[in-house]
Write a protein that binds this ligand. Structure first.
Ligand code: MTE
Length: 326
């Protein structure tokens, strides 16, 4: 079991204490600063903040009659306890640590709209009611693998992306889709060093259209049987279980169909470290660490990392391997 060191509130990381001028003159620091934020060693330091508790699961709306899709009901490991996954998140708009759940409560989710535009015959603006009326909502248990080499198992609530694709009727020249996350400079609470470096806000991610129409690609509006908490990307996020977690944009406000591959958030910051395809692959190391194994957030309410071998395509080869055979 890893020893987790919880940083004290007075411990300001050096990069946050450095003056603006230093950052303005040292653009190349962005890579090492972001790299440090993502590296497993810092990850261990960030840990879970067990001294505070996110809003209780009972405070979120539920989905009466929700059915777990039996094709996606079981994986080879237990479902991660919600008390852990809801306190261990990546949402850089609200900070680089893992304990952003409290800062993320500033996300304004009322009257949410998702605009679907670009190369489609039927552009749409959906609100959450539209999405739930139009698309059959189901539960799916998926493995979740972060590029940082930690993993969980999560029961998502939502609908397959391919249903939305069908609804908007992409034109024949649509080859890619781009997801854009909510962004408001005024509520972005990320650490100050991000302000002084060229970070391509808003957070965007992208898939090929044939990836988006794969059976597994999912829009989640809930988790553990209730609506998505803000730290998980309320009210709607992308879940692409055979890819590293950074492909799953949170709090989506825009979905655009495009004829070419667009720039994306992490890939723009460092394409060498965060490739566009980002398929989970034990044989392709990250430039700074191996991807052969992962730390699985195992059973029980206490953080109890289990070391596991990474599975090719995160164990979903039977669904997706054919997408990548040239
Ligand atoms: N989406 C936005 N808008 N901002 C982010 O920082 N982080 C990504 C992804 N989606 C991120 C995001 C990364 S790196 C991961 S691993 C997952 O969200 C984490 O999802 P979780 O916190 O719900 O486990």
């Amino acid at each position: 079991m890893s020893i987790i060191r919880i940083p004290q509130s007075w411990e300001i990381p050096e990069r946050e204490a450095t003056s603006e001028a230093v950052f303005l003159n040292r653009r190349r620091l962005l890579k090492s600063a972001i790299g440090a934020a993502l590296s497993p060693s810092i990850l261990a330091i960030a840990g879970c903040d067990s001294s505070q508790t996110p809003p209780a699961a009972t405070s979120y709306p539920t989905y009466p009659g929700l059915v777990r899709n039996s094709a996606f009901a079981r994986v080879d490991r237990p479902i991660t306890d919600e008390s852990l996954s809801s306190r261990y998140n990546n949402f850089y708009e609200f900070g680089t640590g893992k304990s952003i759940w409290s800062a993320a409560q500033a996300l304004p989710t009322e009257n949410w709209k998702v605009e679907v535009s670009g190369l489609v015959n039927r552009p749409q603006t959906y609100d959450l009611d539209d999405l739930q009326k139009k698309f059959a909502i189901e539960e799916r248990v998926y493995r979740f693998r972060c590029v940082e080499a930690w993993s969980m198992v999560v029961p998502w609530v939502g609908f397959p992306m391919k249903l939305l694709v069908k609804d908007v009727e992409p034109r024949s020249n649509a080859k890619f889709v781009r997801f854009t996350s909510f962004y408001d400079e005024k509520i972005r609470l990320g650490p100050k060093w991000l302000v002084f470096t060229k970070v391509p806000w808003p957070y965007t991610e992208s898939l090929r259209l044939d990836e988006m129409t794969n059976d597994l690609a999912f829009f989640a509006i809930g988790i553990y049987g209730h609506a998505l908490p803000k730290q998980h990307g309320a009210p709607i996020r992308a879940v692409i279980p055979w890819k590293y977690g950074f492909k799953g944009a949170k709090s989506i406000v825009k979905i655009e169909f495009l004829d070419r591959q667009p720039p994306t958030f992490w890939n723009t910051i460092d394409a060498h470290e965060y490739d566009f395809e980002a398929n989970v692959n034990p044989n392709k190391p990250h430039p700074r660490w191996s991807q052969a194994t992962e730390k699985f957030m195992g059973k029980g309410p206490n953080l109890n990392w289990e070391k596991r071998s990474t599975l090719l395509y995160n164990g979903y080869a039977e669904y997706v391997a054919s997408l990548y055979q040239t």
